[in-house]
Write a protein that binds this ligand. Structure first.
Ligand code: TMP
Ligand code: ASP
Length: 270
């Protein structure tokens, strides 16, 4: 038997954080792929470099985005766990993958807004950046074919997407995430304008519990520099405002997820 070459003994796919081929793919979304996890009840969440906007009408591959979002989502989910907000996050596995708890996704996008922006500004004619009188929570039905339409609690109850108890829990989770994320961002000079989360249902014996699932990253938040108003989130891509990796790296650097000297390259510390 011949000795394997260096490349064979250290497969590049491992080094680059690409998914291991033998894992069974469960689902591929626009920015992530889900694989069967190593133990029952677990899933491996792989962060792609793909960026999409306007229901995938606009697409690109942004070098390093997946690596940054994997790290940033880990950072936020760990913080939430520390303050007692349950999440699906178990641990980061490598540059692009994290182990998460498998859960049933509630078919809603839960949006919390502190300042008017994006679709709310358009819909209601409120200038972007206007502070809202209080955080406003919106629900969209998760269906790409329909463009994730805004729905009310009446639709949610009538179509059985979530119970009244679920809705009470979802609202309180969303507001806790908002307070946590607003504070973390404020501490590094960033305004949390709005964000989107997804909620998972897990079963424990006869009981069910709701947890934060999916990801929390600059893909799913609006983040503006407090001093300059500079956008540090996916609007940079949606609106062609410059380098998305630079923007996400800046967020990561301020939060201490990236070394200070490395602003634009996603070379990450452990
Ligand atoms: P919107 O103003 O476009 O409705 O977006 C509100 C927030 O939700 C914003 O932080 C971006 C985030 N978002 C997603 O995470 N996924 C989406 O598909 C959309 C449309 C928005
Ligand atoms: N991620 C969504 C898409 O491509 C939209 C967005 O984030 O703007 O469809």
């Amino acid at each position: 038997m011949r000795t394997p070459t260096r490349r064979e003994s250290f497969p590049l796919s491992r080094l680059e954080g690409a998914p291991m081929a033998r894992r069974k793919k469960i689902y591929e979304g626009k920015a992530k792929i889900l694989y069967e996890g190593p133990e029952p009840g677990t899933i491996v969440q792989y962060f792609k470099d793909d960026a999409t906007a306007f229901n995938a009408e606009k697409k690109d591959v942004i070098d390093g985005k997946g690596v940054l979002n994997n790290r940033l989502s880990e950072f936020f989910m760990n913080g939430l766990t520390q303050i007692g907000v349950p999440t699906h996050f178990i641990r980061r596995l490598n540059m692009r993958e994290q182990l998460v708890r498998s859960c049933e996704i509630v078919p809603l996008e839960v949006i919390v807004r502190n300042y008017a922006a994006g679709s709310m500004s358009k819909r209601l004619g409120i200038a972007e950046g206007t502070q809202l009188p209080r955080p406003i929570v919106e629900y969209c039905y998760k269906d790409d074919a329909l463009g994730d339409p805004l729905v009310t609690e009446e639709h949610i109850a009538a179509f059985g997407w979530a119970s009244q108890q679920d809705m009470d829990d979802i609202l309180s989770l969303a507001l806790r995430v908002n307070d946590f994320m607003s504070g973390v961002m404020l501490a590094v000079g960033i305004r949390l304008v709005d964000f989107k989360i997804e909620i998972g249902r897990v079963y424990e014996g006869d009981f069910q519990r709701l947890i934060i699932a999916d990801e929390i990253s600059p893909d799913s938040c609006r983040l503006w520099d407090i001093e300059t108003g500079q956008k540090l989130d996916k609007d940079v891509f949606r609106r062609d405002l410059g380098s998305l990796t630079d923007a996400y790296s800046e967020v990561a650097r301020r939060l201490g997820v990236l070394p200070k000297s490395n602003v634009s390259k996603p070379t990450l510390i452990n």
